[in-house]
Design a binder for this molecule. Structure first.
Ligand code: NAD
Length: 479
């Protein structure tokens, strides 16, 4: 496949002609040649977006914008199998995960924000001799930068509210997983959206991403990615007074109390560790377990980890695919070596699995459970972002909360208990943006999504996204 940038309604190569290779991680083979764009391409996209924001797209009504989002949702739904196939090839995730999680969520994101703007209202504040009302205006041109783990799922989580609220978009997907972003551009093009409303610029983060965050013609940046990158993005966007939303890394605790119904919840706890090969910012990679049930939890998790069917992501029976790239697998393997140095015991996993010859060059790695590590060691506190869970015993609720909070991150946590009072108490004490009780990754798109501490700034979801992509303007009228 030969991918292209999509700028001002035209598919075009990088202005310099430079390209980069997109590798299928399950086979190690090239799937696409992708523009390696630079600042000049970003500049062209920003100009096209500005023209749209001040032209036909800026003049579109709320109903027209919502209709476009619904039409995008319908078009992706009609093409679900192709989108899922592209996502699976690009990321190494099982096709069944792409079909049942990634692409359905992308569809839902467009439908949800179409409905959200159709039904949103602004406020009026009455005084004795005046009234105030609030106008809500799009920011103008927004830059959307996304990672490789849930490519279309996360890109659509930004594109949908940005378009629905009337912004023109310059989007940059991860250079590692550009396929579904390209397919989205083709879809939007086919639907005849106003030129320049949606622009796509492919390339490396330090070139395209950095040019976007520094560009004076971009009014807001919504970024999802790693914490180290987020620091650069925040600093650069701050220097040009852009509105910024940062969804960053996590090292999320799973707190399992002695009264949890283990037979029922262990599969969910394992899923929280290993879904998408553990490459979800919300994955529970630090499992804190009451000492009285520690061994049962370790045995149960290990049994589930051993039961995954690792192999060809396209095989409908595969439940565990490859990591997203070979470089990423090396990073994760570096943490496995570190865990052993730090005194940990690998209870299960930790190796490259046996796979069919066609996948011999794939970036596969077994799901891994580690015990015996100190709670403050690097393996237990740094984000690994792979299929690696460490298990740590605790004795009291207070100790469990202190252990959970003892990291620089604060994205999410899950609490497993049948004691409702304990659930409320612990949820309130956790330093995170999100807490799940007896569930994980249950998502209502209206609720605030985001983290505290080094996990980010700002919230996405429902009215929070609508708020981010707009500026409120108060009008005060003397009666
Ligand atoms: P990354 O930070 O390396 O890259 C994310 C995006 O930023 C990519 O498109 C990349 O090209 C771009 N980028 C890189 N350098 C840049 C720069 N200097 N300026 C602007 N953009 C730049 O992250 P990744 O490895 O693609 O994704 C994994 C990370 O994303 C993990 O840390 C994970 O926790 C995080 N993540 C967070 C959430 C969340 O909602 N909080 C969701 C998914 C992933």
């Amino acid at each position: 496949m030969q991918l292209a940038n999509y700028i001002g309604g035209r598919f075009q190569p990088a202005l310099s002609g430079a390209t980069l290779d997109d590798i299928e991680p399950a086979t190690g083979e090239r799937v696409a040649v992708v523009p390696a764009s630079r600042a000049e391409d970003v500049d062209a996209a920003v100009r096209a977006a500005r023209d749209a924001a001040t032209g036909a797209w800026g003049a579109a009504s709320t109903a027209e914008r919502a209709d476009l989002c619904d039409a995008i949702a319908d078009a992706i739904a009609a093409d679900l199998d192709r989108f899922a196939d592209l996502e699976s090839r690009d990321t190494g995730k099982p096709l069944r995960v792409a079909k049942t999680v990634d692409i359905p969520r992308a569809i839902e994101n467009f439908r949800f924000f179409a409905g959200a703007v159709r039904h949103s209202a602004t406020e009026m504040h009455e005084m004795a001799d005046a009234i105030n009302y609030t106008l809500r205006r799009p920011l103008g041109v927004v830059g959307l930068i996304t990672p490789w783990n849930l490519p279309l799922y996360l890109l659509s989580w930004k594109v949908a509210p940005a378009l629905a609220t009337g912004n023109a978009v310059v989007a940059k997907p991860s250079e590692i997983t550009p396929l579904t972003a390209h397919a989205l551009a083709e879809t939007i093009d086919r639907l005849g959206a106003p030129k320049g409303a949606f622009n796509l610029v492919h390339g490396y983060g330090h070139e395209v991403g950095a040019a976007m965050t520094a560009h004076p013609g971009i009014d807001g940046i919504s970024f999802t990615g790693g914490t180290a990158t987020g620091k650069h993005v925040g600093a650069s966007a701050g220097a040009t007074f852009k509105k910024v939303s940062l969804e960053l890394g996590g090292k999320n605790a799973t707190l399992v109390f002695e009264d949890a119904d283990l037979d029922r919840v262990l599969p969910d706890i394992a899923r929280a560790s290993f879904l998408n090969q553990g490459q979800i910012c919300l994955c529970g990679s630090r499992i804190l377990v009451h000492r009285s049930i520690h061994d049962r939890v370790v045995e149960g998790l290990a049994a589930i980890a051993k039961g995954y069917r690792i192999g060809d992501p396209r095989d409908p029976d595969t439940t565990f695919g490859s990591l997203t790239s070979h470089a990423h697998r090396e990073k994760v393997e570096g943490y496995l070596a570190l865990a052993v140095q730090e005194g940990g015991t690998i209870v299960t996993g930790g190796r490259r699995p046996q796979v069919p010859p066609a996948l011999a060059n794939g970036a596969f790695l077994e799901p891994t459970v580690i015990t015996g590590l100190g709670i403050a060691c690097r393996t237990a506190t740094e984000e690994i972002f792979g299929p690696v869970a460490t298990v740590h015993p605790f004795d009291t609720d207070a100790e469990a909360v202190a252990m959970a909070n003892g990291v620089q991150y604060g994205l999410a946590a899950s609490v497993w208990t049948r004691d409702l009072a304990r659930a409320h108490r612990v949820a309130a004490a956790l330093e995170t943006g999100m807490v799940w009780v007896n569930c994980w990754l249950k998502r209502d798109l209206r609720v605030p999504f985001g983290g505290v501490k080094a996990s980010g700034v700002g919230r996405e979801g429902g009215k929070y996204s609508l708020g981010f992509y707009t500026n409120d303007k108060n009008v005060c009228i003397q009666l």
